[in-house]
Design a protein around this ligand. Structure first.
Ligand code: SF4
Ligand code: SF4
Length: 374
């Protein structure tokens, strides 16, 4: 049977437009048939760092509120659980919820926010790269899991949607450890599929109203795409949305891998599309660090050298305030603070771009040789 993906338009985050659209997605996909009164439903938004909703870095609180209201309509309980990219402690998590607009929203809607910050290490029996990882405790106790990704470009894996969002179930500073175990983009993409396959969300609903293009997932530009997407399959949703924004799913290692394993489709042509997506999104700007497409078009003997030369590197730019967030998230401890400024040891750096993602000042740039700049 073909996977179903619902795509819809929503120009703004007002409840009057959002709630009917999400409700329509739930009805079209038969979600209300699966939700039962008293169920424990976990919502997993993308709250990668403390940032205001207008920055388009995190899943918007009004969007999460609309999804949660649909869940409550079915009589189920809503728990919001997430871990950011840096240290994972109750105090920091509460601060992130507050800055991202989730504290007031959860109180107004009667949702619970997970702040105990407990996790457990588990084996991933079907894992093909990652066979063991820590996962936040609420993911083991849920009756139903809803993946709430923000549509963004991504420096390391190209595109950040429903599959990548499940990586947030790995607690804070254990994420850089996974980067460290799988420094190559292809291996890391396979590890992301391992984690998503293990967590197996029951539904994914994507916030693409204010998306991010360019140097995502935190340093790009807001793009008012007005897009909503939903599917019981995170893989099918990503295939449809990536194609819609001009990133062929076959060019994304993560989606190539999920198709190879038979978890999702290889192209949007294999999907039953419901609803009506917005038009004119096919020119999303890529993240600088992710643009290496041309290497695959070269003759095979030239590819290793071209890949080596074209691999970009992180560079600390003007405006560093010495906060140390980049050093906290570096899996190789390649960043030290000198004279109130971050300094990178390029001999140790594995080009994972966690520092680029986590810098709140957006001053970790992505550099590449002039020959490979486009
Ligand atoms: S580069 Fe960014 S994260 Fe690192 S110390 Fe400077 S301001 Fe902080
Ligand atoms: S310096 Fe930045 S890119 Fe290099 S390993 Fe550390 S976090 Fe990754």
């Amino acid at each position: 049977m073909r996977d179903a993906v619902w795509l819809g338009r929503c120009p703004a985050y007002d409840e009057g437009t959002l709630f009917p659209q999400i409700n329509s997605a739930f009805e079209s996909l038969g979600v209300y048939d699966s939700l039962k009164p008293g169920m424990a439903v976990v919502l997993k938004p993308n709250l990668i760092q403390a940032s205001k909703p207008a920055a388009a870095i995190c899943t918007h609180p009004a969007f999460t509120a609309a999804v949660g209201r649909c869940v409550k309509r079915a009589g189920a309980h809503v728990l919001i659980a997430e871990s950011p990219g840096g240290p994972y402690t109750p105090a920091l998590m509460k601060a992130i919820y507050r800055t991202c607009g989730y504290t007031d929203m959860a109180e107004a809607c009667g949702f619970q926010l997970y702040t105990a910050c407990k996790s457990r290490q588990v084996p991933l029996p079907q894992g093909q790269r990652c066979r063991q990882v820590s996962i936040l405790e609420p993911f083991f106790q849920r009756d139903f899991l809803i993946d709430l990704p923000k549509l963004k470009t991504h420096g390391m894996v190209g595109y950040s949607g429903a599959v990548k969002n499940m990586f947030g179930a790995v607690p804070g500073l254990q994420k850089p450890e996974v980067h460290c175990r799988f420094p190559q983009q292809e291996d890391f993409s396979k590890a992301l599929v391992d984690i998503c396959q293990y967590l197996s969300p029951d539904l994914a609903v994507m916030d693409g109203i204010w998306a991010m293009e360019g140097d995502g997932p935190t340093g790009g530009t807001r793009r008012e795409a007005g897009l909503l997407g939903a599917s019981p399959s995170p893989y099918a949703l990503d295939v449809c949305v990536s194609q819609l924004i001009g990133f062929p799913p076959g060019s994304l290692a993560m989606l190539g891998e999920s198709a190879r394993r038979g978890l999702g489709p290889a192209s949007a042509q294999e999907v039953e599309v419901l609803g009506q997506p917005p038009a004119g999104l096919g020119d999303f700007k890529k993240a600088k660090a992710a643009s290496t497409d041309f290497v695959d078009k070269l003759p095979a003997p030239l590819r290793p050298l071209a890949k080596k030369l074209s691999t970009p590197w992180p560079q600390i730019q003007k405006g560093c305030v010495g906060c140390g967030k980049c050093a906290e998230s570096c899996p190789k401890q390649a960043i030290t603070m000198a004279a109130g400024r971050a300094k990178i040891d390029y001999g140790a750096c594995i080009r994972c771009f966690c520092c680029h993602e986590m810098c709140p000042q957006h001053v970790v740039g992505v550099r590449r040789l002039g020959l490979f700049r486009w």
